[in-house]
Design a protein around this ligand. Structure first.
Ligand SMILES: *Cc1c(COP(=O)(O)O)cnc(C)c1O
Length: 431
């Protein structure tokens, strides 16, 4: 163990920032305001373009007046109430709307993406338990990221981040994720290899298969083809297992449709949602469950109950923000349905750059790998270099190792989007 002297390592002596190597990272910058796609740092007149929607949550842009007003007026009406005994209109309205949009009848509230995944896993396991059927295996994909709580970590990829806890994580069967990109000629073979492996995994009695439909986010903006997911769904159904879609990132237009499952043509039994749910304004997670799943909890015995809940379940402010965000999405679906076409010419233009490989695009997400020497994965030093170069030119990016991506809020202007790509080209030139 090395002792380090205390110094000004963080922006504030009492704060501990997330996902941050304290010794080597630059201290956080103070932000005083956000409007649309822009963030305004405290000690600078130059705004930054928030090209990754503040960790993928800010859907309609910062400081949106409709969302601000919905939250403010709900705060004056009812800010919080215990949801086991009481209900309220914002929650009922949200449940009806999300049930309509997802095709899943029941909504269970929690606080964030990780808890939405935890709830989905617990519901799946208990559904089989309640039926008295011994199905214990859970199948997940290589490269998956499902959150940072223990259950969510267990189904996620075991890596640097999970290493201190690996002995505490329940075992999961794994199959490869056949990621694809423009002009990829190997994908068909890799898809078939995964499907064959999945078939053999599913010979073991399986409770559930969990996946991030179409797009693995934290795993490196890795995209798969809709037809592959349809094949997965067929096999999962044939094996009688449940399908859990983790749409914490992909939901609410991110993937160019309401949900990635919809775009992929699959219908999961359980769906975890968070990030864009409240338009990115307030922390909230929900787990959507099919009618059949819900009915598995209707036996009258105490052990048939889903004994799970959070203090802030169905927080009315979060529900109000979520309803307002749905109002915005329903009023102009072209904002997300047409986003891919906004990225496309820019990415096509950039794709021939020698420092770029594996360009890919899905809805609001454009990504590529840096063509550089060094380790692959999260610790590749080229990522921080691109981040620094972009920041110097007014664009905030946060590459995942050698994977660089844009995931802007829907409100980004053509000019701002153009600037993001110009800055990327410039950064690639300097590598
Ligand atoms: C971000 C994310 C999570 C975890 O959500 P938190 O709100 O950060 O706990 C889970 N699954 C996916 C796919 C995510 O992108």
């Amino acid at each position: 163990m090395t002792m380090v002297s205390a110094g000004p390592l963080t922006s504030h002596p009492n704060l501990w920032p997330p996902f941050t190597q304290i010794r080597s990272a630059a201290p956080q910058q103070r932000i005083r305001a956000g409007r649309g796609a822009l963030l305004y740092p405290e000690n600078s007149d130059a705004p930054l373009i928030d090209a990754i929607s503040s960790w993928w949550v800010t859907l309609h842009g910062h400081g949106h007046p409709v969302l601000a007003e919905a939250i403010a007026s709900q705060a004056h009406q009812l800010e919080q109430v215990i949801f086991a005994d009481f209900c309220h209109e914002p929650a009922e309205k949200l449940a009806g709307r999300l049930s309509h949009h997802t095709g899943l009848e029941r909504l269970f509230f929690s606080d964030n993406g990780s808890t939405a995944v935890e709830v989905a896993i617990k519901i799946a396991c208990q559904w089989w338990f309640n039926r008295g059927e011994a199905r214990h295996q859970i199948v997940a994909f290589d490269g998956a990221y499902h959150g940072d709580t223990f259950g969510a970590m267990a189904v996620g990829e075991r890596n640097l981040f999970s290493a201190p806890f690996n002995d505490k994580l329940f075992p999961v069967a794994r199959v490869p994720w056949p990621a694809t990109w423009w002009h990829d000629e190997t994908v068909q073979d890799r898809e078939q290899a995964t499907l064959d492996l999945l078939d053999s995994c599913l010979e073991v009695p399986t409770a559930a298969v969990i996946l991030e439909p179409l797009l693995q986010g934290a795993g490196g903006m890795s995209m798969v083809r809709p037809a592959f997911l349809q094949q997965v769904q067929q096999r999962v159904s044939r094996a009688g297992a449940l399908l859990i879609a983790d749409e914490v990132l992909t939901g609410f237009g991110r993937c160019g449709d309401w949900f990635a499952s919809k775009r992929a043509g699959i219908q999961p039994d359980l769906m975890a949602l968070s990030k864009g749910l409240t338009g990115g304004c307030l922390p909230m997670g929900v787990t959507m469950a099919s009618k059949t799943i819900f009915e598995g909890f209707l036996g009258g015995e105490p052990q048939d109950t889903f004994w799970h809940g959070h203090s802030f379940t169905a927080n009315p402010l979060g529900c109000a923000a979520a309803n307002a965000s749905l109002d915005l999405l329903e009023a102009s679906p072209e904002s997300f349905l047409g986003f891919e076409q906004r990225h496309r010419p820019h990415l096509e233009d950039l794709a021939s750059h020698p420092r770029l490989q594996r360009p890919r695009l899905l809805g609001t997400v454009a990504a590529f790998d840096l063509n550089v020497e060094g380790c692959s994965g999260y610790l590749n030093p080229a990522g921080p270099t691109v981040k620094r170069l972009a920041m110097e030119q007014g664009v905030f990016l946060r590459p995942l190792g050698q994977v660089v991506y844009l995931m802007p809020p829907l409100c980004i202007t053509e000019e701002q989007l153009h600037q993001c790509y110009a800055v990327l080209r410039n950064a690639l030139d300097q590598l």
